[in-house]
Write a protein that binds this ligand. Structure first.
Ligand code: RIB
Ligand code: CA
Length: 313
Protein backbone atom coordinates (compact mmCIF):
# COMPACT_ATOMS: atom_id res chain seq x y z
CA UNK A 1 0.00 0.00 0.00
CA UNK A 2 1.41 3.44 -0.85
CA UNK A 3 2.12 5.80 2.05
CA UNK A 4 -0.72 8.07 3.20
CA UNK A 5 -0.28 11.71 2.30
CA UNK A 6 -0.72 13.81 5.43
CA UNK A 7 -0.62 17.38 6.67
CA UNK A 8 0.37 17.63 10.35
CA UNK A 9 -1.25 20.65 12.05
CA UNK A 10 0.54 21.22 15.30
CA UNK A 11 1.40 23.37 18.33
CA UNK A 12 4.74 21.90 19.51
CA UNK A 13 4.74 20.98 22.50
CA UNK A 14 6.99 18.07 23.41
CA UNK A 15 4.34 15.48 22.57
CA UNK A 16 3.70 17.11 19.19
CA UNK A 17 7.44 16.88 18.63
CA UNK A 18 7.43 13.12 19.18
CA UNK A 19 4.49 12.79 16.79
CA UNK A 20 6.37 14.73 14.10
CA UNK A 21 9.48 12.58 14.66
CA UNK A 22 7.39 9.39 14.35
CA UNK A 23 5.90 10.61 11.07
CA UNK A 24 9.25 11.67 9.60
CA UNK A 25 10.73 8.31 10.65
CA UNK A 26 8.01 6.36 8.81
CA UNK A 27 8.23 7.17 5.07
CA UNK A 28 6.85 3.76 4.13
CA UNK A 29 3.62 4.64 5.96
CA UNK A 30 3.19 8.41 5.67
CA UNK A 31 4.29 11.14 3.29
CA UNK A 32 4.33 14.47 5.14
CA UNK A 33 3.16 17.01 2.55
CA UNK A 34 3.71 19.81 5.05
CA UNK A 35 3.61 20.81 8.69
CA UNK A 36 1.31 23.70 9.63
CA UNK A 37 1.87 25.45 12.94
CA UNK A 38 -0.97 26.88 15.02
CA UNK A 39 -1.06 28.85 18.28
CA UNK A 40 -1.80 26.56 21.21
CA UNK A 41 0.62 25.22 23.79
CA UNK A 42 2.64 28.39 23.19
CA UNK A 43 2.13 31.37 20.86
CA UNK A 44 2.56 30.95 17.09
CA UNK A 45 6.08 32.41 16.78
CA UNK A 46 7.22 29.59 19.06
CA UNK A 47 5.15 26.77 17.60
CA UNK A 48 6.39 27.49 14.07
CA UNK A 49 9.97 27.71 15.34
CA UNK A 50 9.62 24.49 17.36
CA UNK A 51 8.20 22.63 14.37
CA UNK A 52 11.35 23.53 12.42
CA UNK A 53 13.62 22.58 15.33
CA UNK A 54 12.00 19.13 15.36
CA UNK A 55 12.34 18.68 11.59
CA UNK A 56 16.05 19.51 11.85
CA UNK A 57 16.43 17.11 14.80
CA UNK A 58 14.89 14.44 12.55
CA UNK A 59 17.46 15.29 9.87
CA UNK A 60 14.65 16.46 7.52
CA UNK A 61 15.33 20.18 6.98
CA UNK A 62 13.67 19.91 3.58
CA UNK A 63 10.26 19.53 5.24
CA UNK A 64 7.89 22.42 4.45
CA UNK A 65 6.76 24.22 7.62
CA UNK A 66 4.08 26.93 7.51
CA UNK A 67 2.86 29.41 10.12
CA UNK A 68 -0.91 29.56 10.54
CA UNK A 69 -3.39 31.24 12.86
CA UNK A 70 -2.05 33.07 15.90
CA UNK A 71 -5.36 33.12 17.79
CA UNK A 72 -8.61 31.16 17.98
CA UNK A 73 -11.51 32.07 15.67
CA UNK A 74 -13.27 34.29 18.19
CA UNK A 75 -11.62 33.95 21.57
CA UNK A 76 -8.46 35.03 23.34
CA UNK A 77 -5.60 32.53 23.05
CA UNK A 78 -5.03 30.30 26.06
CA UNK A 79 -1.60 28.67 26.22
CA UNK A 80 -0.04 25.86 28.30
CA UNK A 81 3.43 26.98 29.35
CA UNK A 82 2.69 25.41 32.74
CA UNK A 83 2.95 22.03 31.02
CA UNK A 84 5.39 22.59 28.15
CA UNK A 85 7.57 25.39 29.55
CA UNK A 86 8.15 28.92 28.27
CA UNK A 87 9.57 27.79 24.91
CA UNK A 88 7.02 25.03 24.42
CA UNK A 89 9.90 22.59 24.04
CA UNK A 90 11.53 22.99 27.45
CA UNK A 91 14.15 20.40 28.32
CA UNK A 92 17.70 20.61 27.00
CA UNK A 93 18.36 23.91 25.22
CA UNK A 94 17.98 23.63 21.43
CA UNK A 95 19.70 25.78 18.79
CA UNK A 96 17.45 28.05 16.71
CA UNK A 97 16.46 26.41 13.42
CA UNK A 98 18.28 27.33 10.21
CA UNK A 99 15.75 25.75 7.84
CA UNK A 100 13.33 28.29 6.36
CA UNK A 101 9.72 28.92 7.32
CA UNK A 102 7.58 28.86 4.18
CA UNK A 103 6.21 32.26 3.12
CA UNK A 104 2.73 30.94 2.39
CA UNK A 105 0.18 31.09 5.23
CA UNK A 106 -0.62 27.63 6.59
CA UNK A 107 -4.33 28.03 5.85
CA UNK A 108 -3.59 28.75 2.18
CA UNK A 109 -1.20 25.79 2.04
CA UNK A 110 -3.96 23.53 3.37
CA UNK A 111 -6.42 24.93 0.79
CA UNK A 112 -3.99 24.70 -2.15
CA UNK A 113 -2.90 21.18 -1.22
CA UNK A 114 -6.45 19.85 -0.91
CA UNK A 115 -7.35 21.49 -4.22
CA UNK A 116 -4.33 20.15 -6.08
CA UNK A 117 -4.13 16.59 -4.72
CA UNK A 118 -6.68 14.03 -5.96
CA UNK A 119 -9.85 13.86 -3.85
CA UNK A 120 -9.75 11.46 -0.90
CA UNK A 121 -5.97 11.20 -0.82
CA UNK A 122 -4.94 13.70 1.89
CA UNK A 123 -5.37 13.04 5.63
CA UNK A 124 -5.34 15.99 8.02
CA UNK A 125 -3.61 15.29 11.35
CA UNK A 126 -4.42 18.08 13.83
CA UNK A 127 -2.43 17.84 17.07
CA UNK A 128 -3.45 21.22 18.55
CA UNK A 129 -6.37 23.64 18.52
CA UNK A 130 -8.39 23.28 15.29
CA UNK A 131 -8.15 26.93 14.25
CA UNK A 132 -6.13 26.40 11.03
CA UNK A 133 -8.38 23.58 9.84
CA UNK A 134 -11.62 25.43 10.57
CA UNK A 135 -10.32 28.62 8.98
CA UNK A 136 -9.39 26.71 5.81
CA UNK A 137 -12.85 25.10 5.70
CA UNK A 138 -14.53 28.51 6.16
CA UNK A 139 -12.33 30.23 3.55
CA UNK A 140 -12.66 27.46 0.95
CA UNK A 141 -15.70 25.23 1.59
CA UNK A 142 -14.95 23.32 -1.62
CA UNK A 143 -11.91 21.63 -0.01
CA UNK A 144 -13.93 19.83 2.68
CA UNK A 145 -15.16 17.14 0.27
CA UNK A 146 -11.52 16.57 -0.79
CA UNK A 147 -10.39 15.44 2.68
CA UNK A 148 -9.69 11.70 2.98
CA UNK A 149 -9.87 11.65 6.80
CA UNK A 150 -9.19 13.82 9.82
CA UNK A 151 -7.25 12.02 12.57
CA UNK A 152 -6.93 14.33 15.56
CA UNK A 153 -5.83 14.37 19.15
CA UNK A 154 -8.44 16.08 21.28
CA UNK A 155 -11.37 15.76 23.59
CA UNK A 156 -12.22 13.35 26.36
CA UNK A 157 -15.35 11.61 27.59
CA UNK A 158 -14.77 9.09 30.37
CA UNK A 159 -11.61 11.06 31.23
CA UNK A 160 -13.49 14.38 30.98
CA UNK A 161 -11.02 17.29 30.76
CA UNK A 162 -7.46 18.31 31.51
CA UNK A 163 -7.56 22.12 31.21
CA UNK A 164 -11.00 22.39 32.86
CA UNK A 165 -12.94 19.66 34.65
CA UNK A 166 -14.83 18.97 31.42
CA UNK A 167 -12.65 20.09 28.51
CA UNK A 168 -9.42 18.90 26.92
CA UNK A 169 -6.94 21.63 25.94
CA UNK A 170 -7.01 21.42 22.11
CA UNK A 171 -10.80 21.65 22.00
CA UNK A 172 -11.06 24.17 24.83
CA UNK A 173 -8.72 26.70 23.20
CA UNK A 174 -10.96 26.98 20.13
CA UNK A 175 -14.34 25.28 20.62
CA UNK A 176 -15.92 27.11 17.68
CA UNK A 177 -13.20 25.70 15.40
CA UNK A 178 -13.76 22.23 16.82
CA UNK A 179 -17.51 22.57 16.20
CA UNK A 180 -16.84 23.39 12.53
CA UNK A 181 -14.50 20.41 12.13
CA UNK A 182 -16.75 17.91 13.90
CA UNK A 183 -19.63 19.00 11.64
CA UNK A 184 -17.67 18.78 8.37
CA UNK A 185 -19.21 15.40 7.44
CA UNK A 186 -15.84 13.88 6.51
CA UNK A 187 -14.41 10.78 8.26
CA UNK A 188 -13.00 11.78 11.65
CA UNK A 189 -10.97 9.61 14.02
CA UNK A 190 -10.45 11.01 17.51
CA UNK A 191 -7.62 10.20 19.92
CA UNK A 192 -9.10 11.59 23.17
CA UNK A 193 -7.71 11.62 26.69
CA UNK A 194 -9.53 8.30 27.14
CA UNK A 195 -6.81 6.78 24.95
CA UNK A 196 -3.83 8.99 25.68
CA UNK A 197 -4.16 8.61 29.44
CA UNK A 198 -3.46 4.92 28.86
CA UNK A 199 -0.21 5.69 27.00
CA UNK A 200 1.96 6.68 29.95
CA UNK A 201 5.69 7.31 29.76
CA UNK A 202 6.73 4.82 32.42
CA UNK A 203 10.39 4.65 33.48
CA UNK A 204 10.98 1.53 31.36
CA UNK A 205 9.50 3.17 28.29
CA UNK A 206 11.59 6.33 28.73
CA UNK A 207 14.67 4.17 29.30
CA UNK A 208 14.01 2.56 25.90
CA UNK A 209 14.33 6.01 24.32
CA UNK A 210 17.51 6.79 26.24
CA UNK A 211 18.99 3.36 25.43
CA UNK A 212 18.84 4.17 21.71
CA UNK A 213 22.08 6.11 22.18
CA UNK A 214 20.97 8.64 19.56
CA UNK A 215 20.38 12.41 19.73
CA UNK A 216 16.69 11.82 18.98
CA UNK A 217 16.39 9.19 21.71
CA UNK A 218 18.16 11.42 24.22
CA UNK A 219 15.96 14.42 23.32
CA UNK A 220 12.71 12.45 23.54
CA UNK A 221 13.77 11.08 26.94
CA UNK A 222 14.72 14.56 28.14
CA UNK A 223 11.49 16.15 26.86
CA UNK A 224 9.55 13.41 28.61
CA UNK A 225 11.43 14.07 31.86
CA UNK A 226 10.38 17.71 31.58
CA UNK A 227 6.74 17.55 30.59
CA UNK A 228 5.76 14.49 32.62
CA UNK A 229 6.40 16.28 35.94
CA UNK A 230 3.13 18.24 35.54
CA UNK A 231 0.90 15.21 34.86
CA UNK A 232 2.60 13.01 37.45
CA UNK A 233 1.97 15.63 40.13
CA UNK A 234 -1.63 16.13 38.98
CA UNK A 235 -2.62 12.50 38.46
CA UNK A 236 -0.14 10.82 40.78
CA UNK A 237 0.65 8.49 37.89
CA UNK A 238 3.95 6.86 36.97
CA UNK A 239 4.65 8.82 33.83
CA UNK A 240 2.64 11.19 31.69
CA UNK A 241 0.35 10.67 28.72
CA UNK A 242 2.12 10.93 25.37
CA UNK A 243 -0.88 12.43 23.61
CA UNK A 244 -0.08 13.44 20.03
CA UNK A 245 2.01 10.51 18.72
CA UNK A 246 -1.14 8.35 19.02
CA UNK A 247 -2.43 10.15 15.90
CA UNK A 248 0.53 9.08 13.76
CA UNK A 249 0.67 5.63 15.38
CA UNK A 250 -2.96 5.14 14.30
CA UNK A 251 -2.01 5.77 10.66
CA UNK A 252 0.79 3.20 10.91
CA UNK A 253 -0.87 0.58 13.14
CA UNK A 254 -4.65 1.16 13.44
CA UNK A 255 -4.88 -2.26 15.09
CA UNK A 256 -3.31 -0.76 18.24
CA UNK A 257 -6.54 1.18 18.87
CA UNK A 258 -10.22 0.47 19.41
CA UNK A 259 -13.26 2.68 19.78
CA UNK A 260 -16.75 3.34 18.52
CA UNK A 261 -18.31 5.26 15.64
CA UNK A 262 -20.59 7.65 17.49
CA UNK A 263 -21.83 11.20 17.64
CA UNK A 264 -19.43 13.72 19.16
CA UNK A 265 -20.73 17.23 19.76
CA UNK A 266 -18.80 20.24 21.05
CA UNK A 267 -20.02 22.51 23.83
CA UNK A 268 -19.62 26.10 22.63
CA UNK A 269 -22.16 27.93 24.79
CA UNK A 270 -21.85 26.97 28.45
CA UNK A 271 -19.10 28.76 30.38
CA UNK A 272 -19.03 25.87 32.85
CA UNK A 273 -18.47 23.08 30.30
CA UNK A 274 -17.07 25.07 27.35
CA UNK A 275 -15.07 22.85 25.00
CA UNK A 276 -16.47 19.55 26.30
CA UNK A 277 -16.63 16.75 23.71
CA UNK A 278 -20.08 15.30 24.35
CA UNK A 279 -19.48 11.75 23.08
CA UNK A 280 -22.67 9.71 22.72
CA UNK A 281 -20.80 6.51 23.65
CA UNK A 282 -24.04 4.72 24.65
CA UNK A 283 -25.90 6.03 21.58
CA UNK A 284 -28.73 7.48 23.66
CA UNK A 285 -29.29 10.50 21.44
CA UNK A 286 -30.61 10.61 17.91
CA UNK A 287 -27.61 12.65 16.81
CA UNK A 288 -25.97 10.94 13.80
CA UNK A 289 -22.54 9.33 14.24
CA UNK A 290 -19.81 11.68 12.96
CA UNK A 291 -16.57 10.32 14.44
CA UNK A 292 -14.71 7.20 15.47
CA UNK A 293 -13.97 7.95 19.11
CA UNK A 294 -11.11 5.79 20.37
CA UNK A 295 -11.14 4.45 23.93
CA UNK A 296 -8.46 1.77 24.13
CA UNK A 297 -4.84 1.39 23.08
CA UNK A 298 -2.27 -1.40 23.15
CA UNK A 299 0.16 0.78 25.10
CA UNK A 300 3.07 -1.66 24.92
CA UNK A 301 2.58 -2.00 21.18
CA UNK A 302 2.43 1.80 20.87
CA UNK A 303 5.69 2.37 22.73
CA UNK A 304 7.40 -0.50 20.90
CA UNK A 305 6.41 1.14 17.60
CA UNK A 306 7.69 4.50 18.83
CA UNK A 307 11.04 3.10 20.00
CA UNK A 308 11.55 1.06 16.82
CA UNK A 309 10.76 3.94 14.46
CA UNK A 310 12.52 6.74 16.36
CA UNK A 311 15.67 4.60 16.46
CA UNK A 312 15.82 5.08 12.68
CA UNK A 313 16.51 8.82 13.00
O1 RIB B 1 -4.54 17.99 25.87
C1 RIB B 1 -3.38 17.52 25.24
C2 RIB B 1 -3.15 18.24 23.95
O2 RIB B 1 -2.98 19.63 24.21
C3 RIB B 1 -1.86 17.81 23.24
O3 RIB B 1 -2.02 17.96 21.86
C4 RIB B 1 -0.85 18.77 23.77
O4 RIB B 1 0.24 18.96 22.87
C5 RIB B 1 -1.67 20.03 23.83
O5 RIB B 1 -1.70 20.60 22.52
CA1 CA C 1 -0.42 19.38 20.65
Amino acid sequence: MSPRKIIIDTDPGQDDAVAILLALASPEDVTVLGITAVAGNVPLPLTQKNARIVCELAGKPETSVYAGCDAPLSRKLITAEHVHGKTGLDGPPMADPTMPLQDQHAVDFIIDTLRSEPANTVTLCPLGPLTNIATAFQKAPDIVAQVQEIVLMGGGYFEQGNITPSAEFNIYVDPEAADIVFNCARPITVMPLDVTHKALTTKARVAAFRDMGTKVGDMVAAWTDFFERFDMEKYGSEGAPLHDPTVIAYLIRPDLFSGRHINVAIETQSELTLGATVADWWRVSDRPANATFMRDIDADGFFDLLATRLARL
